[in-house]
Design a protein around this ligand. Sequence first.
Ligand SMILES: [Zn+2]
Length: 219
Amino acid sequence: MKRILDESELNLESGRLCLEFANTADWHARAEPVETLHEYSDLIAWAERVGLVSGEEAQALAREALRDPEQAANVLAWGIELREAIYRVLVAASRGEAADPLDLKILNRGISQASARAHLMPDGEGYTWVWSEEGPALESLLWPVARSTAAVLTSGDLLRVGQCADDRGCGWLFFDTSRNRSRRWCDMRGCGNRAKARRHYNRTHRGKGENEQVLTTQP
Ligand SMILES: [Zn+2]
């Protein structure tokens, strides 16, 4: 059984796993965001990058996805549905608004799937949370995300969930740990880089430059 990792053990740019997952769609505040999860293997790569799975676990999941491609496609579709619900619920929460009941229903489905897999196991003098699955379960990558969303939503820290103020629709979510909650932007690796890529695209594809302001992280 695999120990359920604490979020502090993960490699998160946004500060919380659920926000990190929401950010797997680029330009999320636009009418047509840019999808980064095209195949189940993209989900594995993301999970490995943030530290949810080891290289070995990622390979086992990849083998399982090859063995059952239909299930892998279903898990990916469900993951994206769950991600979009998480995104909308968190954006609403960050604005002090109520979530759409349909989104909450999707999120609760994800949370109950995750909760059904979380077990307590004796660990030295105490207990620890483990996932009950023995083998590589394709949907297991979504369970920590659902748990993380529940943790953030019940933390009393909802107003620390922020969204990049970039007016081109960056949409990147972050957990604002600044003392007076003054953070407004993602960072240069986020929409700054995407802005750069877009300027490059515009230059090479349309032959015109753009005077886009490169955003920096505010202190
Ligand atoms: Zn941004």
